[in-house]
Design a protein around this ligand. Structure first.
Ligand SMILES: *Cc1c(COP(=O)(O)O)cnc(C)c1O
Length: 357
C-alpha cells in the first residue's frame, strides 16, 4: 500500500565478525528510514537512504527545547533464518501517544511500519544470528524549526536507525542490585512521565551516577508527590511477586506503559497467575521481604526482557530477594517471552509479525 523508495548504499560498511562482542547501541547498519513533516502538508518524502549524519542548524528547536520522542523495539532472527518483529504496531501507537503530549504530529502507524519493513529488508544481513542477539530498532521524531521562540515546531523529522545488539545476558540471567532514589524525582502525574521522550532520561542521569557510585546497577524511582509509591526503573517497569499475586504499579500518567509489561500481564493471566495493578509503597515491599512474603522482583523492558532484582537498597536499608538468585516465575516469563520473540514457541497472542511473509 505504501511505496517506500529505497536508495541502497554504494559503500556498505564491514559487518561485525564476532557477534559475542556486539554490546548495545554502538554499531549502526547501512541504511535508515526518514520522512519529513510540514504543517499543512503532513508527512512527505518517506524513504530509505544510506545511513549518514544530519546537517542541522544550531538554532533548531530540538537542541534548545527538546521536542523529541523515541521508541525501542527489536527484530529477531529465527532458527530457520527468517526475521520477525514483536508487536511493532504497539510501539508506533505508543509513539503517537507520546507525540500528542509533546505537541508533535501523529504518524500513520501503517506507513511507519511499511518504512520499517523496507529498512529491515535493505539491512537484513545486519540482523545477527548468535543466540540472544537481535537488531535493536530506534524510531525517533525531532522538531526541526529554526527559531528560539518557545512554540510547537511547524516542521519535524521522523527517522528509524538500527543497531545489531549482543545478548543481554551472555552468561545467563544475572540478578541486579537496585537503588531506590530517596530524593530526586523523575516524573509527576500531569507531566511527561508516560511518554518516551529524551528529557525523562536527561532527568535520570544524575541519579544513575549516584547509584553506580554506591554499587548499584539501576535506579528505582518513587512517585514525585509523596515519595513513597514505587514507580519504575530507568527504562523498565517493575513487578513484585508476593505470596498471593504478581503486583505492578498502575499506569496513572507518570510511568511508561511498557509493551513488555503488558505482555507479562497477559502471559501471567494466561498461566493462571493472579495479577494486581495497584499502587504499592516501598515500605510495603521492604516489610513483605522482611516477613518472607516477597518471593521475586524483576524489571521488564525490551532490552533485557526481564531483569531479576537480587538486592534492593532504600535509605539505610537493604533487602536480598530470592536469595540473590533468579526466581522461578521470572525465569518462566523470560523463557516464554524470548521463546515467542525468537519464534521457538507458539504465539497464542498474535504478537509476532514475520518480516518475510
Ligand atoms: C522504554 C521504557 C520502558 C520499557 O518499555 P518496553 O515497551 O517494555 O520496552 C519502561 N520505562 C521507561 C521509562 C521506558 O522508557
Amino acid at each position: 500500500m505504501y511505496e517506500i523508495p529505497v536508495t541502497l548504499t554504494s559503500n556498505p560498511k564491514k559487518k561485525p565478525e564476532d557477534e559475542s562482542k556486539l554490546g548495545f547501541g554502538k554499531i549502526f547498519t547501512d541504511h535508515m528510514f526518514i520522512m519529513d513533516y510540514e504543517l499543512g502538508r503532513g508527512w512527505y518524502d518517506a524513504r530509505v537512504v544510506p545511513y549518514a549524519p544530519f546537517v542541522m542548524d544550531p538554532a533548531c528547536t530540538v537542541f534548545h527545547y527538546a521536542q523529541e520522542i523515541f521508541e525501542g523495539m527489536k527484530c529477531y532472527r529465527r532458527k530457520d533464518g527468517g526475521l520477525q518483529l514483536f508487536r511493532p504496531r504497539d510501539n508506533f501507537a505508543r509513539m503517537n501517544r507520546s507525540a500528542e503530549r509533546m505537541g508533535m504530529p501523529a504518524i500513520d502507524v501503517e506507513q511507519a511500519l511499511a518504512g520499517l519493513l523496507a529498512l529491515i529488508k535493505a539491512d537484513a544481513d545486519w540482523v545477527p544470528s548468535a543466540p540472544g542477539t537481535s537488531l535493536y530498532i530506534r524510531p525517533t521524531m525531532i522538531s526541526t524549526d529554526v527559531m528560539l521562540g518557545v512554540h510547537a515546531s511547524h516542521t519535524y523529522r521522523f527517522f528509524i536507525i538500527c543497531s545489531p545488539s549482543g545478548a543481554y545476558y551472555p552468561k545467563g540471567l544475572a540478578p541486579v542490585g537496585i537503588y531506590v532514589e530517596p530524593e530526586l524525582v523523575r516524573a509527576v502525574k500531569g507531566g511527561v512521565g508516560f511518554t518516551k521522550t529524551g528529557g525523562n532520561y536527561a532527568a535520570s542521569i544524575l541519579a544513575g551516577d549516584i547509584a553506580e557510585k554506591k554499587g548499584y546497577e539501576q535506579v528505582l524511582w518513587l512517585d514525585g508527590k509523596e515519595n513513597k509509591y514505587i514507580e519504575e526503573v530507568g527504562s523498565m517497569n517493575m513487578f513484585f511477586k508476593f505470596k498471593d499475586a504478581l503486583v505492578t504499579p498502575p499506569l496513572l500518567g507518570s510511568i511508561l506503559g511498557g509493551i513488555t509489561r503488558d505482555s507479562i500481564i497477559k502471559l501471567a493471566r494466561h498461566m493462571g497467575v493472579p495479577v494486581d495493578e495497584r499502587r504499592i509503597t516501598v515500605e510495603d515491599v521492604f516489610e513483605a521481604a522482611e516477613k518472607g512474603e516477597l518471593e521475586e522482583a524483576f524489571g521488564s523492558g525490551t532490552a533485557a526482557v526481564v531483569s531479576p532484582v537480587g538486592r534492593l537498597a532504600w535509605k539505610e536499608r537493604e533487602i536480598t530477594i530470592s536469595g540473590g538468585q533468579i526466581g522461578s516465575l521470572t525465569q518462566k516469563f523470560y523463557d516464554t517471552l524470548t521463546g515467542i520473540q525468537f519464534g521457538e514457541l507458539e504465539d497464542p497472542f498474535g504478537w509476532v509479525l514475520r518480516v518475510d511473509d
